[in-house]
Design a binder for this molecule. Structure first.
Ligand SMILES: Nc1ncnc2c1ncn2[C@@H]1O[C@H](COP(=O)(O)OP(=O)(O)OP(=O)(O)O)[C@@H](O)[C@H]1O
Length: 334
């Protein structure tokens, strides 16, 4: 359904845009119909940039995004409008999507005028009420109110209802539950699960591995714009391979044990680093070679790929400076 092929995004930064910042680097993955794929990574790893490129809010610098086989960068006019009927996004801060001087349900009026001007008002009202009910809201309680009179969870559901009115096939859900309280979180998560069971595909953007495990079938782990691990969420959750994914797993608080270990920060000299593994600075098991060698994603078992030198056989490793010829597979203590 939706496919990213070697997608990169470069921002021009610094004085007069003289420096290139690779926010997303050569990322490839696919989301099938009715599938939820989680895009996981810490702040600044490029998650939102990917979401915005899918929603055509940002152009792709390199590579291609296709939706049902069509390169989305070629869409214009009616074809682009049709794309937005099928692909929509909901973002982290629900309040920022509303203008506080207008009632919250204005988003439905705008949608009516823009996409469905031929539908009579009474019929549209019925559709709005139906969409609100299907996201668990009582139309009587939430219509005709200003944004400040509704909770974050209700506003978030409004946005999902808006997407449903378009009869979308693909939803980009960018950190949509991070601002909600625990009970509302679970409601919105269950709503997403329900939408999935009705055939909707979702790209679920999060920094929280446990949320991803709850909702998705597949996961893509991003670090500094690179995919470091991807595959079936069960495999990643139960057998995380990349040292970064392991660190994320250690950061998940668990009720059955005291939280002792946090983020591993190592004192590794950055001067040593020359276009090597993006995780080199922080990796507890990095070798000298990792400073200069960037490992490709290698499938180590069905539906589980990792980009780490420790999972490549030494013959596959192209040592750019002929520094260290051997690398060994990690032991269970890694
Ligand atoms: N318009 C921009 N111009 C320059 N750099 C940008 C721009 N937008 C994002 N970046 C940079 O691109 C990188 C990726 O940003 P992005 O917002 O995609 O990360 P993220 O993983 O979604 O983070 P968060 O979880 O904090 O939203 C960051 O280093 C960010 O500073």
């Amino acid at each position: 359904m939706l496919k990213l092929d070697n997608v990169s995004k470069v921002y021009r930064v610094g004085a007069f845009g003289g420096k290139a910042l690779y926010a997303v680097n050569n990322v490839s993955f696919e989301v099938q119909k009715g599938e939820v794929v989680s895009l996981i990574g810490e702040s600044g790893s490029g998650k939102s940039t990917i979401g915005k490129m899918i929603l055509r809010l940002l152009n792709v610098t390199d590579g291609k995004i296709t939706f049902n086989g069509t390169d989305i960068s070629t869409l214009e006019g009616e074809a682009l409008k049709e794309y937005y009927r099928q692909v929509q996004g909901v973002f982290q801060d629900p309040f920022s999507s509303y203008n506080p001087i207008f009632k919250a349900d204005r988003i439905f009026k705008v949608l009516h005028e823009e996409f469905f001007p031929e539908v009579p008002g009474a019929e549209w009202q019925k559709r709005v009420e139906h969409a609100l009910s299907s996201v668990g809201l009582n139309p009587m309680h939430v219509l005709n109110k200003y944004p400040h009179q509704l909770s974050g969870g209700q506003l978030q559901r409004f946005l999902i209802a808006r997407a449903l009115l378009l009869d979308i096939q693909f939803l980009v859900a960018d950190e949509i539950i991070s601002m909600l309280d625990a009970s509302t979180r679970i409601d919105v998560l269950n709503l997403l699960a329900d939408l999935k069971s009705r055939g909707l595909s979702i790209l679920f953007i999060t920094h929280d591995l446990s949320l991803a495990y709850y909702i998705s079938e597949r996961a893509v782990i991003l670090y500094k714009g690179y995919v470091v691990e991807q595959g079936a969420v069960e495999r990643i959750f139960h057998t995380p391979l990349h040292p970064y994914t392991r660190m994320l797993m250690e950061s998940v608080p668990r009720l059955d044990r005291k939280w002792e270990k946090g983020v591993t920060l190592l004192e590794r000299k950055i001067e040593e680093f020359r276009n090597g593994c993006p995780y080199f600075e922080r990796c507890p098991v990095a070798e000298k070679l990792c400073a200069v060698y960037r490992p490709p994603l290698i499938e180590v078992e069905t539906d589980h790929a990792v980009a780490c030198i420790h999972y490549q056989s030494s013959s596959e490793v192209q040592n750019p400076l002929d520094l260290v010829p051997q690398s060994t597979r990690p032991t269970s203590s890694m």
